[in-house]
Design a protein around this ligand. Structure first.
Ligand code: ADP
Length: 316
């Protein structure tokens, strides 16, 4: 990916970060903050050389103590919040993670009234749309779309179109959480509106199978190409990923023998490392290898985020 600037590339990642309460035992919980797009932002910031990328998380939080602590958490992970509004009286969404005796994890979400659902709503100043569209890369996911109203999604699509008109790029991961949609068909409609303005698609085949009915990698790639997406990497879990070149498909294996403790956010980490490499001018294959390497490290640890070395905000 070539960038049209000589200054540090500016990336806006749009989504929701939630309060995470993870069971340590039946009656003890550990507090954290995570969410698919935020995880990608944190891994992008971690993967980029210090000061070489401006990573902005675009969201809405409340003004309660948890929302304030959440923002400190973003900063500690090298993620900035210049365009993340505060909704007075609003609260952050929350989810609980429980692991049963067989190691199966279940999630319980409390996000209906979360402040992030105000993204692209009537209270969002037009200046935020304009600022997002001025970025070199705008990233979002299917989960971002699932928390928005139809009107808000339409406004977001306008921002993506404007981003590209100004020379920026759009990256999309169709992460699918069935509970966020009335049907896969609704999710597919929202995804298609975004894919019409997408330069880089980083789907998981498992998700796109459920949403779009893709039978295999070839079908997934053909559909994305037909939508006009130029750069496509399809993630396949422990089978690695496939990069779609102009005519051929190139398989990139996952790291063999990786210890698996918790696969949460493997794809988010992959995306963060992949995009950081591409922004640095690295070719798609070594960028995907960097994604696989970071994902393998992440799945060896519990929770969505590796314990990062806290960094100060970098002047960029
Ligand atoms: P998502 O979390 O979006 O569903 P995937 O599960 O496809 O994404 O995983 C993304 C990447 O993480 C894969 O392409 C692979 O490189 C790595 N990965 C996932 N599971 C494993 C595993 N069991 N062993 C090694 N690498 C893995």
């Amino acid at each position: 990916m070539t960038t049209r600037v000589t200054r540090a590339p500016r990336v806006a990642l749009i989504g929701e970060c939630m309060i995470e309460l993870r069971h340590l035992s039946a009656d003890r919980l550990a507090l954290g903050y995570a969410g698919d797009v935020f995880n990608t932002a944190a891994y992008l910031a971690r993967s980029a050389a210090p000061g070489t990328v401006d990573v902005q998380f675009v969201s809405v939080t409340g003004d309660d103590p948890y929302s304030l602590a959440m923002r400190e958490h973003w900063h500690a992970y090298g993620v900035r919040d210049t365009y993340a509004r505060v909704l007075p009286g609003g609260k952050a969404g929350l989810y609980l993670i429980r692991t049963d005796e067989r190691g199966e994890r279940t999630f319980q979400h409390y996000r209906r009234g979360s402040a992030a659902r105000d993204l692209f709503g009537p209270d969002q100043p037009a200046g935020i749309d304009d600022a997002i569209a001025g970025h070199d890369l705008v990233y979002l996911s299917g989960i971002t779309l699932s928390i928005l109203t139809e009107a808000a999604r339409a406004r977001l699509v306008d921002v993506l179109a404007e981003t590209r008109r100004r020379g920026g790029r759009v990256a999309y991961d169709g992460n699918y959480r069935p509970s966020g949609w009335s049907s896969p068909r609704e999710a597919a409609g929202a995804a298609n509106a975004v894919l019409a303005h997408t330069d880089i698609a980083l789907p998981s085949l498992d998700d796109d199978r459920l949403v779009h009915g893709d039978g295999d990698v070839g079908a997934c790639v053909a559909r994305l190409r037909a939508a006009g997406v130029g750069e496509i990497v399809v993630k396949l879990g422990e089978r690695g990923c496939v990069i779609a070149g102009e005519r051929s498909l190139e398989a990139v294996p996952a790291v063999a023998g990786a210890a698996v403790v918790d696969t949460t956010s493997a794809g988010d980490a992959f995306n963060g490392a992949y995009l950081a490499a591409r922004l640095a001018g690295v070719a798609a294959r070594p960028a995907a290898e960097a994604g696989a390497l970071l994902a393998a490290e992440v799945i060896g640890h519990p929770g969505a985020l590796l314990p990062l070395q806290p960094v100060q905000d970098q002047p960029v």
